[in-house]
Design a protein around this ligand. Structure first.
Ligand SMILES: [Mg+2]
Length: 291
């Protein structure tokens, strides 16, 4: 589908991204169904953010990635277990060949269970061990400043992942250096691997904590593309931006949504079919609206 056309109005841009997000989810669930492994719940919660970033907000193109243009914006997927959603968004954006998705988790594939930058040019950092992405992104943002560059750095984090102390060192450093071109998006789906975040190690009051660390905090519905576009737009406050994206794990599939068991579960053939029919209904509605 590629990027949102530069001359698109707001309504057309949202529609383009909603179609892309639905297409990413359709392909992602088929990939996991075939590979018999994956992390669909946490992938579906960030799909809207991934397409909004890669297909519109980020100053990036497949050509810029290929030639390692130093001015390209960077994205670090700290919740690396959501790799399949990243790969699928990259395929929809033209960064990897769509046919490669069929090789997910296969021997010798470049599509590992967690993203590997030595295998995929568009992947900016190896991630998977949680709590490492934001420290890397802070380093990238400092490097951009040293370079005198206006490029932006984005980091997508899980909420359960914020229990890792390394994130708070990175929040402190980002705030201290007033890295205004750094944006951390927290996928606030309230669930982690096998339990509620609040029952495991509660994060609240998260907004206040991030503010206290020197960040501008924006809270949005993270499954609403119109809100995401606004929250991810450039800033001017002189502070790094933390977007608390309130999402549902498994969104929008009825049997998966807000259900903790879908962290790492593999859908049956019937469940794949049901999800596809629900996603097809969304596509039909979006396409109908277009006429
Ligand atoms: Mg979570």
């Amino acid at each position: 589908m590629g990027r949102v056309p530069a001359d698109a109005g707001d309504a057309d841009a949202v529609k383009h991204l909603e179609l892309a997000a639905t297409e990413v989810r359709r392909r992602a669930i088929q990939t996991v169904g075939s590979a018999k492994a994956g992390h669909l719940g946490g992938e579906f919660s960030i799909t809207d953010a991934l397409v909004t970033l890669y297909l519109e907000v980020m100053n990036i193109s497949p050509e810029a990635v290929e030639r390692r243009d130093p001015e390209r914006d960077r994205l670090v997927l700290s919740k690396g277990h959501a790799a399949n959603a990243l790969y699928t968004a990259l395929a929809v954006g033209g960064y990897i060949h769509p046919g490669a998705l069929r090789t997910f988790l296969q021997p010798e594939s470049m599509l590992n269970g967690h993203p590997a930058r030595n295998k995929i040019t568009a992947v900016e950092a190896n991630t998977g061990p949680l709590g490492h992405g934001l420290p890397i992104a802070v380093g990238m943002a400092i490097a951009a400043r040293v370079d005198g560059s206006t490029r932006r750095t984005f980091c997508l984090l899980g909420d359960g992942e914020l229990q890792e102390g390394s994130n708070w060192e990175a929040f402190m450093t980002g705030g201290h250096h007033r890295l205004e071109r750094l944006t951390a998006l927290v996928d606030r789906n309230r669930l982690q691997q096998g339990a509620k975040v609040e029952d495991t190690n509660d994060l609240e009051p998260l907004h206040d904590k991030l503010t206290a660390f020197g960040w501008e905090v924006r809270e949005v519905d993270g499954n609403d593309i119109a809100e995401l576009r606004q929250a991810l737009s450039p800033v001017g406050s002189g502070k790094p931006v933390a977007v608390i994206a309130h999402t549902d794990k498994g969104y929008p599939v009825s049997y998966m949504r807000d259900n903790v068991s879908w962290h790492h579960k593999v859908p049956t053939h019937e469940q794949v079919e049901q999800a596809l029919s629900e996603l097809d209904a969304i596509l039909a509605r979006l396409t109908e609206e277009e006429k």
